[in-house]
Each structure stands twice: as C-alpha cells, then as structure tokens.
Design a protein around this ligand. Structure first.
Ligand code: ATP
Length: 367
C-alpha cells in the first residue's frame, strides 16, 4: 500500500503554437488504501492523468509522488502499480494462466511453483479458476474483464489504476462488477485510482471523487459532499440525475428575479450572496415537491408538460408557461404513486433549505 500525490501536474500535448493543455495544474492527495475516482466528461484529461501516474505519459510540469518518492522519471515497471484498461489488453495468444503469470515472471524472482500458487489463489478469488487454460477469444466480455483484473491483482501492486474498466460490459454485469470491485478493494486495501465518465460509478464506488473539466480539477470531495455542497455550477450539473435545474436571476433586495418567477431569500442566503448581483439559482429535481395549492411564497404555479415513469419514481417536466409551450421548464422527481398527468396544472414547491446559489459570472458556489 502507498499514498499517491499529484502536485501541480500539467500535461501539454503538441508543438508550440498548437498546444493542447490536457491536464492543467492538477493537485490531488490520496491516502493509503483510498479508492479515488477521477470523473468528468469526455476529453477532460482523466486518462492522461492516469497514464502519467502509470508512467506511460511524460509529465510537462509538476510532480507525482508515491509516498515521499518522486516518480516522474521512473519507468512504468519500477512503479509497482498495475493498470487495467477498458480494452482489457490481454495477450490473445496466451492462455488465462499465461496472461496472469506474465506480469509476475517479469517483475518478481518467485519460483515457478510460487507463481503457480499465486495465480491459482487469485483465479479462485476472481472466480476464474475454471478458465485458466482458455485463450481470451474463448471468454465472454465479463470473463475477460475478470481475467484483466486478476492479472493486475496477482502482481500485488502498491497502487491500482483502472481506466473505465467496466465500460464494455452490459448494464447488469456492470452493476455486479461495481459491487465486486468494492468488495475486492475492501479485502485488498490497495490505493486505487479509478477513471470513469459515469457519475453513478463515481458516486457509488469511491471514498472520494475528483471531478475534472477541461483538464482542471473542479472539486475533490466525498460523493455526498459533492452532491450536497458542489463547489461550482459545473459540479452541481455533473453530479445528479436528472440534472439540477438552473435559473439565471438578478438579486433585487431580498428577492431573486428571473424571466418567469421571483424567489424570496432568507437573511442567511442573502448573507452568503454578499455583493454579487447576477446569480444562478439551482434546485435538484428530487428536492422539488408537487402539491395541489399555493400555500407559501416558495410555491409556484406550473403545468405538467411530460411525465417520464421510472417505476418507483416519475420524472415530471414542468413549465411555468401555462400554455405548456415555449416556457421555462424544470424537472421534478416525485414518488411513482403520486398521480400526475401531462397537461395538469400543479404547484411546485422549491424549499429554501434545498436551494443552491452560484455566481453567474464565475460559476462558484455562494450558497
Ligand atoms: P475520454 O473519457 O474521452 O477518454 P479523457 O477525459 O480520458 O476522455 P484524455 O484522453 O485524457 O481525456 O484527453 C484529454 C485531452 O488531451 C483531449 O483534448 C485529448 O484530445 C488530448 N489528448 C490526449 N492524448 C493526446 C495525444 N497523444 N496527443 C494530443 N492530444 C492528446
């Protein structure tokens, strides 16, 4: 086990004048045994970061340290890390056993018998002991995935690097492997850096999640912190499904005024807003209640536009425009048993305890 530090790491690709800043001044500290997920949209620099940690990509600026040792110039094979790729990258001409033995033969001076024993123990742990004499082409996608993980685990690395390892599996198998990976992590306690663009994976698997956009770190936090206290509008919009509702508003005295409605502010929220005048009001769909009548000043008359049933819950798309056409919409998530129909007038309650406020110019969270 080891701790891993990224200290102001930057990666610039390309020639002068034509530079792509793939990773921009990124600092992350992971603790011994932590499971950290790097998440963000396509092209945000996740894979490049992982490849720099693995030593597969050079670092333009900054330092990567394992415990206290700077590894910038260490060869990948000397870093004692194991990486699992989305493509699995198994050697097609080798059996599962040979694939698993390969890394061990390269990196240790264990005897033949000891290597065999470790391969078999790991294969049992991964439930692939029956597959040891097959070639990768004779395995399903899920089985290949297990072999790729087994090949990484058998080397007993200090750090695991996983790059979208579940992306090629179907939804059911993906869910199953998510739990299995968590179980393995609990059992092995190895520091793990896991890259995904899937926020469900990030939220359900990680101790902490590092959210990236355009090569820059937006927030590093526990999944709950990122959900409840997003550092900026990007994180607020990235975490949560359906996406948080956003309304551009002006601060006028103790109210927010927008195109379609005005929203009264408590003293506390006003205090957090300070001198900023142009803000974004954010409200998560699951924090909106649909009720039958306006009872207080945080209740707004709306019309149901579309209902998207999901079984236990419904996504309800609402419009402030009573004609139901062209008005500003918002989405609410309500209990599946609550009866809601398209075209029906309803009242949306936006509780002030659940609102988020962002500076419209910088995107930074104010409240
Ligand atoms: P995805 O989820 O699509 O894999 P990502 O977040 O992993 O995306 P990266 O693959 O790290 O993103 O890419 C970050 C940026 O760096 C992108 O703009 C990409 O086009 C660029 N990039 C990556 N590799 C190279 C390269 N070898 N040469 C030039 N640009 C590159």
């Amino acid at each position: 086990m080891a701790s891993l530090t990224l200290d102001r790491v930057t990666k610039i690709f390309g020639d002068e004048g034509n530079d792509i800043i793939a990773v921009d001044d990124l600092s992350i500290d992971t603790e011994n045994g932590e499971f950290i997920v790097l998440v963000g949209p396509s092209g945000c620099g996740k894979s490049t970061t992982l490849r720099m940690i693995a030593g597969l990509e050079s670092i333009t600026e900054g330092e990567i340290r394992i415990d206290e040792t700077v590894v910038n110039d260490q060869q990948p094979q000397n870093r004692n890390m194991a990486m699992v790729f989305q493509s699995y990258a198994l050697y097609p001409h080798m059996t599962v056993r040979e694939n698993m033995r390969f890394g061990l033969e390269e990196s240790t001076d264990l005897s033949d018998e000891e290597i065999n024993q470790q391969v078999e123990e790991t294969a049992t742990m991964m439930g692939i002991e029956e597959l040891l004499d097959r070639k990768p082409s004779e395995l399903s996608g899920g089985q290949q995935q297990r072999v790729a993980l087994g090949r990484a685990i058998v080397r007993d690395p200090q750090i695991f690097l996983l790059d979208e390892p579940l992306a090629n599996l179907d939804a059911k198998l993906r869910a199953q492997m998510r739990t299995e990976l968590q179980r393995l992590h609990d059992e092995l306690g190895v520091t793990t850096v896991y890259v995904t663009h899937d926020q469900t994976e990030a939220m359900t698997m990680s101790d902490r999640v590092a959210i990236l956009n355009d090569g820059a770190l937006q927030q590093v936090a526990t999944p709950l912190e990122a959900y409840h206290r997003p550092a900026n509008q990007f994180v607020a919009g990235f975490i949560g499904e359906p996406t948080m509702n956003f309304f551009e508003m002006e601060v006028q005295g103790s109210r927010l005024t927008g195109d379609t409605f005005t929203y009264p502010l408590s003293e506390e929220v006003k205090g957090s807003i300070g001198d900023v005048t142009h803000v974004i009001l954010g409200i998560r769909p699951e924090d909106i209640d649909l009720i039958s009548e306006v009872e207080e000043e945080h209740d707004f008359e709306t019309t149901v536009d579309v209902v998207e049933p999901k079984g236990n819950e419904n996504n309800v798309y609402l419009t402030f425009d009573e004609s139901g056409e062209g008005g500003k919409t918002l989405v609410a998530v309500v209990d599946g048993l609550q009866s809601v129909e398209a075209g029906q007038p309803t009242v949306a309650r936006i509780p002030q305890t659940a609102i988020h406020i962002f500076d419209a110019n910088t995107g930074q969270a104010l409240h």
